[in-house]
Design a protein around this ligand. Structure first.
Ligand code: XMP
Length: 581
């Protein structure tokens, strides 16, 4: 193992969720930084060229709130206090901190004083910053100058320029602070005189070291999903601890795509497969409503996880739970909730809840973004068929296998799908146009126009191929059955194989394939193709395929037993959602 160098920058952890992000951002400049408990004695930072005090949720007036050794301000090492770090520095050095009433959360404009100083060197006088605080610095310690303000924060940046002690109320480490990187770089190189000594290639040994530290002599257990994050986290733990100290279970819900269990076995060979197909199918029997489906699947997951926790004796103190939580997962709508809070939504099951409460959890990727996780995965030698996978929803094929409680001729008996219109969820009939989806036809514009001019629909699909005329089709009362899931799985597999072959897989962000109960007596279902392009799944554009590829694909799909037609979704998001339920 490579040994990490002596940190040039010590990040003092005052309890803030961005503490590790600060260290990571510093390392991105090629400067090694490490995180220390905030109370570490000043002499513990002997080798550091500078210190950064992180933010934190406390008020300096709270009993037992994090503090620092006041000696750190006398060693001559530059200090940068961020958010709570600024307030703490001001408080300890004789300034004034006032309890905030209103708080300031989110984007603000920093107005800098026209005062030359190395921290803000080269930065514009007005700039966007990201704030998250209630308390305020209202009086400066001796030797300090006010360096900037926002409309609600009179001291948004301050410093004793001669001693190299600075503080900022905003968060330079988050992307929403436009010049945050420049400010950190100024602190490292202008104020502290750091030299480059760190290569991002070392992040794997570093993560491994922190896994060993957290886990101690215990072992790690994962609920594997076959997704990128949990597989990379699992592989890192195995590498850090040895294969015999890492175990995992993959729950086969029966709602996964073809070959998924085999894929998980291949990429995570030591993972045990917990078969729960029958339980999931039984729980979903006769359920048509999309929301109820999701709810039941969530509940069922919790039940199986609870059983596994019992079965493997995970509460005996020798185990710690491994999770593939990545950095964006730890941020809830803009950034104040901690990872544990968010994860408990997904892991409410009692046994896991107890592990979480006792801090029996290791999340090796919690300071990385998705692209970094993919890079780490590549460095670990994981195959690109895993790392470049499209997102796949937790409830699996269940939300792509549409059911109907009524039967009748179409369109008077409609097929409904979920959409998002005017910021709220809609559940409305799908409109079908009898036209082959070719790019020459301006179909996207026509579909958008149709939805905008009609209040009754939220989605438009075009008929690619059909065994029956549209007006002869019927909607059949149907539920989630093993046979219908098998039909969808087969169709999905045909689509994926074709996409791999033609390279279309790489042209789209995600490609759901949906089964709808529209057809005729011996062929009761149709297949919907839903390829979309997106950046983050929040908005998406329907993407058209090459006409020749689509004709070939549609013809092959029509050979699947029980399939009457192939439809092509032309709806962007909004007004549609990516998934149909
Ligand atoms: P929608 O359908 O809301 O989907 O446009 C946006 C993205 O989220 C995925 N998705 C889910 N992922 N559990 C997940 O893990 C879910 O319940 C879920 N629902 C939707 C969807 O596949 C798309 O990428």
């Amino acid at each position: 193992m490579q040994v990490a160098p002596t940190p040039q920058i010590a990040v003092l952890d005052a309890g803030g969720q961005y503490c590790h992000l600060i260290a990571r951002k510093v390392r991105e400049f090629g400067v090694y930084a490490a995180v220390f408990p905030s109370e570490t004695a000043a002499k513990g930072f002997g080798g550091a060229k500078g210190l950064i005090i992180s933010g934190g949720p406390s008020s300096v007036y709270d009993d037992g709130s994090p503090t620092v050794d006041p000696e750190i301000f006398s060693t001559g090492q530059p200090v940068l206090g961020i958010c709570y770090g600024l307030q703490l520095a001001a408080h300890l050095l004789g300034g004034a901190v006032t309890k905030g009433v209103k708080g300031e959360f989110g984007i603000a404009t920093l107005e800098l004083e026209n005062l030359s100083n190395p921290l803000f060197d080269g930065l514009p006088l007005a700039q966007q910053v990201w704030m998250s605080h209630r308390d305020l610095v209202t009086g400066l310690p001796e030797g300090f100058r006010n360096l900037g303000r926002t409309t609600t924060c009179p001291v948004a940046a301050a410093g004793d320029i001669a001693r190299g002690i600075y503080g900022v109320q905003f968060h330079p480490e988050v992307v929403h602070t436009t010049y945050g990187k420049n400010l950190l770089s100024n602190f490292l190189f202008n104020v502290c005189g750091c030299a480059k000594d760190w290569d991002p290639g070392r992040r794997i040994p570093m993560v491994e070291e922190s896994i060993r530290e957290t886990v101690g002599n215990r072992s790690v257990f994962f609920f594997a999903s076959g997704g990128v994050d949990s597989t990379v986290a699992y592989t890192l733990c195995k590498q850090a601890l040895g294969a015999d100290r890492v175990r995992g279970v993959y729950v086969d819900t029966g709602l996964m795509r073809e070959g998924e269990s085999e894929f998980v076995k291949r990429t995570m060979p030591s993972v045990a497969i917990e078969s729960a197909q029958n339980e999931f199918l039984a729980a979903l029997e006769g359920v048509c409503d999309p929301e109820r489906k999701r709810h039941i699947i969530g509940e069922q997951f919790l039940r199986v996880q609870e059983r596994v926790v019992e079965q493997y004796g995970l509460l005996d103190g020798h185990w710690i739970l491994g999770q593939g939580t990545i950095y964006p997962d730890t941020i809830e709508s803009g950034g104040t909730a901690k990872a544990a809070l968010i994860k408990t939504h997904h892991n409410r099951v009692e046994g896991i809840q107890r592990l979480l409460e006792r801090n029996l959890i290791v999340e090796p990727l919690s300071s990385f973004y998705k692209d970094e996780v993919r890079e780490i995965g590549r460095e670990l030698g994981l195959p690109s068929e895993l790392l470049d996978r499209h997102p796949f929803p937790g409830p699996g094929l269940a939300i792509r296998c549409l059911c109907s409680s009524e039967s009748g001729s179409w369109p008077s008996t409609p097929i409904r799908s979920v959409g998002v219109q005017g910021d709220s969820r809609s559940y409305a009939p799908v409109h079908v146009i009898d036209e082959f989806p070719s790019s020459a036809a301006g179909l996207h514009a026509a579909a958008t126009e149709l939805i905008n001019s009609s209040t009754g629909i939220n989605r438009v699909v075009a008929l690619a191929v059909s065994r029956f005329p549209l007006d002869a089709m019927r909607v059949a009362a149907s539920t989630l059955t093993a046979a219908r899931l098998a039909r969808l799985r087969r169709a999905d597999h045909i689509v994926r194989s074709m996409c791999d072959r033609t390279g279309f897989e790489k042209r789209v962000w995600q490609f759901p394939v949906i089964l709808v109960p529209l057809g005729a007596a011996d062929a009761p279902d149709s297949i919907v193709l839903r390829p979309v392009d997106s950046v983050d799944g929040m908005t998406a554009q329907s993407v058209l395929m090459e006409e020749r590829d689509l004709r070939e694909l549609a013809a092959e799909l029509l050979t699947v037993d029980g399939v009457a037609a192939v439809l092509y979704d032309l709806t962007h998001k909004p007004p549609g959602t990516i998934e149909w339920e």
